[in-house]
Design a protein around this ligand. Structure first.
Ligand code: AMP
Length: 215
């Protein structure tokens, strides 16, 4: 059984392409906490052409961070929904120190799982990444090719080109990476080697979550 307070949230941290989207399903399954990806929320807003979506679009296409005020408001509202009462699993949030500070006033965080992956591996992973728009399932053209009945409908994210990936990595190193020492100092950072094949990383993630869960 879980030893942490049921209302505490978990953060899945790492550069773009570290496997956060893939591993979050597993963590959500183990902990029962709903996964919340600010990237997915923003892409949905862009698709709906809402005010938030229209403002976020240009930043996302350039691989830059969407302003903190927009992101914090999205999260504040998400935490008010009923299914957030036992805490959430954040994927891709927070991405700046002000976002982390704002989160502190909204929900307690019990653990920050950090997936470490070198830049050169990330570039290969992201440019080969394809998503099934119907199921949200993530594939890779070389390492995890989409099955025959899915291959015709998979799409590449518009920000998954090499040029944008390089910008997103640079944004990560300058604005998001400092959060690692921020959470290390709080004693809740758990580092995981995310460079290996998906199955191996899943085992490391499962062990880390179970260790914490068993306390
Ligand atoms: P992701 O799907 O997490 O890689 O996010 C895609 C894009 O959405 C990022 O490159 C940013 O432009 C934007 N984004 C997602 N989450 C955040 C966040 N927490 N803060 C600022 N921008 C974000």
């Amino acid at each position: 059984m879980v030893s942490w307070e049921r209302s505490e949230s978990i953060i899945l941290f790492g550069p773009p392409g570290a496997g956060k989207g893939t591993q979050s399903g597993l963590i959500s399954e183990i902990t029962g906490k709903p996964q919340v990806s600010t990237g997915d929320m923003l892409r949905e807003a862009v698709g709906e052409q809402s005010d938030v979506g229209n403002e976020a679009k240009a930043y996302m296409e350039k691989g830059l961070l969407v302003p903190d005020s927009i992101i914090i408001e999205l999260i504040r509202r998400r935490l008010q929904r009923e299914d957030a009462s036992d805490g959430l699993l954040f994927d891709g949030f927070p991405r700046t120190i002000p976002q982390a500070q704002a989160l502190e006033g909204l929900t307690p965080v019990s653990m920050v799982l950090s997936l470490n992956v070198p830049d050169d591996i990330i570039i290969g992973r992201i440019t080969g990444r394809r998503t099934d728009p119907d199921t949200g399932e993530i594939y890779h053209i070389a390492h995890r090719p989409p099955p025959d009945d899915v291959v015709d409908r998979v799409i590449q994210r518009t920000d998954d080109t090499e040029e944008t990936v390089r910008q997103r990595l640079s944004t990560f190193h300058s604005q998001t990476a400092p959060l690692e020492s921020y959470y290390r100092e709080k004693g809740i950072l758990v580092e995981i080697d995310g460079a290996g094949p998906m199955g191996e990383v899943s085992t490391l993630v499962r062990d880390a979550v179970n260790r914490r869960t068993e306390g």
